[in-house]
Design a protein around this ligand. Sequence first.
Ligand code: DGY
Length: 331
Amino acid sequence: MAGLQRLVVTRTLPQASQARLDKGFEGIDIVQWKDDRAIPRSEFLKMAKGADGILCLLTDKIDAEILDAAGPQLKVVSTMSVGYDHVNLSDLEARKIALGITPGVLTEATADTTILLVLAAARRIREGIDAVIQGKWGTWSPTWLLGSQLTDKTVGIVGLGRIGIAVAKRLKVFGVQRFLYQGTRRKEDAENQVGVEGKIEFVGLERLLKESDVICVCCALNDKTKNMFDYHAFSQMKDTVVFVNTARGGIVDQDGLIRALREGKLGSVGLDVTVPEPLPQDSELLTFPNCIVLPHIGSGTLETRTAMSEIAIENVLSGMKGDRLPHPHNE
Ligand code: DGY
């Protein structure tokens, strides 16, 4: 169809956004992988050919191979995610292709999931549910399945960005005594947003690891954060620590985590993200009763996923028109 721009979409979107795609956009030919499985790489390479815009997900690797397969007319890649560690930025920049992301709208849902994992891990929910299902629920006991509570505890937040702030705000109502946080620099504005005057401190990683009762990983995955939680880091934590990661699996060196769990170095662990995803069923990580693993559902509410897909559509349409993206990756 001469004159039409080509928009490649790599998955079926939440209902309201899918309905918009099904209705179509003037002057745009939409080519979509209408499935709930990730598009196989070979299909993506074929489909990308001639694309002016690509709307992708965090499961789609965007690199020189895909960009070259698309061709020089490609103007924009819009990912339906806030994280963009699946995108090779320098490959995009070299071709002057814009990148759109979906910041802000998934903050609350992801922070909710972080709290869910903190409480579930601290209160040994996996062991409790397993006991009920397996008929191991005996009479009420003063000493059985005792967890820990947040009152008067120290919480370490790694990455006091939008999600880190939302996590801290939620946790303060549980009576947390103080917050430590770690990141590239001190963020006074973020500290003020948490609203716990005098009870929040920017510290080095070592102090955070040693002093925190609960550690929440809320930072982006990049060259600096990749594998930052390795066996050495886990060894410095309290042996009662509640460690929760809702950011990216690659921030944790999973072999180091498994070794630390095997050696009983950690109180409890809650993960929404792993490497790889999905985590193979025979992963040793799934064998520890004090480790809860969720299938990357941090942002998984209908409201949030719809808001994300709407932003992803707006980003890609703007980019295809040659306009400024409403949500570029670098703002
Ligand atoms: C993101 O958008 O990066 C999240 O991981 C999706 O839940």
